[in-house]
Design a protein around this ligand. Structure first.
Ligand code: COI
Length: 355
């Protein structure tokens, strides 16, 4: 991670902050944004001088390729304020690498490392007041890249915009969720874009997720597109299953997002003596374990969701409730991760990054 080089970011500060209008106790995830945004344009084969400007609408030509061919990728990161007012990021190098992996898959140019880190740090310093103290409070950082060239030609754009916006956040789901296991629709196909944080991966889930929501579920757990026999990931989270005392999660592949929280959960669980099996997980195995009582927990992991317990799930016409555990792995692992994120515990992994 290069941080020593100083990137010449052009900064235009806002003359009137909106922070006074925000009720930080009643935040709806992703609906309020800080005073500034980072913007960098790609023109003539190179990224131009990055800028930080007051948060404002983007002006794009209606023919910009992002609108027609969904050439767009994004990331999700969070900044945390510790009790001594230190500001921290969690494994931002993983987000940086992943946005470039996503861009490459979508035939978009990679973004320079020093622009990314200087951009995030400068933006956070300017909008630092928006990061509130206290566990559960964070600033959700949304870097994204869009194809801006005006042309409906079905080929990669020659112009792009890399933007970072930030949104004060509390919890994503606000409690336990119920999930539906997919047996018809699919999120991603082999050889497709499932592993990329491509905007289209998320938009494509809205319709099947809305059908599940009509049945009382918040999310779908996606299964492999070929057979629907193997569990893959939920719409906004990777998924873990606890059978007996063992945690199971699907291996990442070209259909599954390589979640930063997912890999942190695996490392923390193993370091704390929990057996983790990263292997294909069959739907039939989970149904059988739910029926014989050995399925103890399901939880999702993600930047926005952190670690979210699943209260119950549906498969076809069947519905299953998860037992209430005395010491759920979900809460134990969440605490260990959150304590690192908020600088309340040692960080033996070197995951915390000082802004
Ligand atoms: C994140 O956890 O950052 C995600 O990407 C989920 C998002 C779609 C809300």
């Amino acid at each position: 991670m290069k941080t020593e080089e100083v990137t010449p970011i052009k900064i235009e500060k806002t003359t009137s902050s909106r922070i006074g209008q925000v009720d930080f106790d009643k935040l709806v995830f992703g609906s309020v944004f800080t005073d500034h945004m980072f913007v960098c344009d790609y023109v003539d084969g190179r990224w131009e001088t990055p800028q930080i400007i007051p948060y404002q609408p983007l002006t794009l030509d209606p023919s910009a390729r992002v609108f027609h061919y969904a050439q767009a990728v994004f990331e999700g990161m969070k900044a945390y304020r510790d009790d001594n007012d230190g500001i921290w990021l969690f494994r931002p190098d993983e987000n940086f690498k992943r946005i470039n992996r996503s861009s490459e898959r979508m035939a978009m140019p990679v973004f320079p490392e020093e622009y990314f880190f200087e951009g995030v740090k400068t933006l956070l310093k300017l909008d630092e007041e928006w990061i509130r103290k206290g566990e559960g409070n964070s600033l959700y950082i949304r870097p994204f890249v869009i194809a801006t060239e005006p042309s409906v030609m079905a080929s990669p754009s020659n112009q792009y915009k890399f933007v970072i916006i930030c949104s004060p956040a509390q919890s994503y789901y606000g409690g336990e969720v119920r999930v539906k296991i997919a047996d018809h629709y699919s999120r991603a196909a082999s050889g497709g874009i499932g592993y990329a944080k491509a905007a289209a991966n998320y938009g494509a889930q809205f319709y099947p997720t809305s059908l599940a929501q009509k049945e009382g579920y918040q999310q779908v757990i996606w299964t492999d597109a070929n057979t629907h026999e193997y569990l893959e990931e939920a719409g906004t989270m990777n998924v873990f299953f606890r059978i007996g005392d063992t945690l199971l999660t699907a291996p990442t592949n070209d259909r599954i997002l390589d979640g930063v929280t997912r890999k942190s959960v695996i490392a923390i669980a193993e370091a704390n003596g929990i057996k983790v099996e990263v292997r294909p997980v069959k739907v039939s195995e989970i149904i059988a374990a739910a029926k014989d009582g050995s399925l103890k927990e399901i939880f999702g992991s993600g930047t926005a969701a952190v670690i979210n317990p699943v209260a119950g799930f549906g498969y076809g016409d069947e519905k299953f409730e998860l037992p209430k555990m005395d010491k759920p792995y979900a809460s134990m692992i969440k605490k260990l991760i959150v304590d690192i994120q908020y600088n309340k515990a040692e960080d033996p992994y070197g995951w915390r990054y000082k802004v």
